[in-house]
Design a protein around this ligand. Structure first.
Ligand SMILES: O=C(O)c1ccccc1NCC(=O)[C@H](O)[C@H](O)COP(=O)(O)O
Length: 262
């Protein structure tokens, strides 16, 4: 699944490159305002509660669940997340299975003052330039989809562009790979990408391997505030939530509730 998603994302990026060549994209990227320091924001405890930072996701559909929510105006949803106290917004820009786009990212960027994550299957410098050009502060790199040398190159390229990087892992070996590139933000995705089953206990099992000073993010599988509280007690600095927010009638209140869970 991960290989197919990454191959599709690379094909789509290659197609976009035909109308927007790398040199032109690079000049747009470098003319974009300096990204926010997401690691500093997510690594600082919240002043108003003991709950974790919430990274609230704009997610229309997924391979595991199919369609989730229409979201005709991602900017309006992101603004409601911000009003509810989210600390960052994640925008799924993959088009084939998640029905997202770079236009969603751009619209969200214009609507909120929070750090914005480009969540996609990134395996190429061009996609990182796109992230910067369309207003992301933060980009996702998934260790399972990248050889160690490639992870290192892309992590450095992103950092040199001024982007923060959420380095996503699933197991001990991938944590070692993430630490080898000096990841400042490390996300444990508790969704098994082969079977789509959830393993929330994986966060606690892996948390002790994440050093102090590195932001620990628990990703996926939140349904209720109790799930957020569990990740928080297990040591999450931030929790990334998609489905439970986009399928809720009042995403603002839901973010506020999750942000207090401890
Ligand atoms: O969500 C999926 O089905 C999925 C399948 C394959 C690769 C990635 C996938 N999701 C991306 C994510 O990491 C989640 O959108 C994110 O962690 C939020 O998860 P959730 O709160 O469970 O919607």
């Amino acid at each position: 699944m991960l290989d197919a998603l990454t191959a599709g994302a690379l094909e789509d990026a290659a197609q976009r490159r035909e109308s927007l060549p790398t040199a032109r994209l690079e000049s747009i990227a470098l003319a974009t305002p300096q990204p926010r320091d997401a690691a500093a924001i997510l690594g600082t405890p919240k002043a108003d509660s003991d709950g974790p930072h919430i990274i609230a996701e704009v997610k229309r559909a997924s391979p595991s669940k199919g369609p989730l929510a229409d979201i005709p105006e991602p900017a309006a949803l992101a603004a409601r997340y911000e009003a509810g106290g989210a600390s960052a917004i994640s925008v799924l820009t993959e088009g084939r299975r998640f029905l997202g786009s770079l236009e969603d990212l751009q619209a969200v960027r214009a609507a909120v003052s929070l750090p914005v994550l480009r969540k996609d299957f990134i395996a190429d410098e061009y996609q990182l330039l796109e992230a910067r050009a369309f207003g992301a502060d933060l980009a996702l790199l998934i260790v399972a989809s990248l050889e160690p040398a490639r992870l290192e190159q892309l992590h450095r390229f992103a950092t040199d562009l001024g982007l923060s990087v959420l380095v996503e892992v699933h197991d001990e070996r991938e944590i070692d790979a993430a630490l080898a590139v000096d990841a400042r933000i490390l996300g444990v995705n508790t969704r098994d990408l082969k079977t789509f089953t959830m393993h929330p206990e994986r966060f606690a099992e892996l948390r002790e391997r994440i050093p102090a000073g590195t932001v620990a993010v628990a990703e996926s599988g939140v349904r209720e505030a109790a799930d957020v509280a569990r990740y928080r007690r297990d040591g999450a600095d931030a929790v990334l939530v998609g489905e439970a927010l986009v399928t809720h009638g009042d995403p603002e209140a839901r973010v506020a509730e999750f942000g207090r869970a401890s």
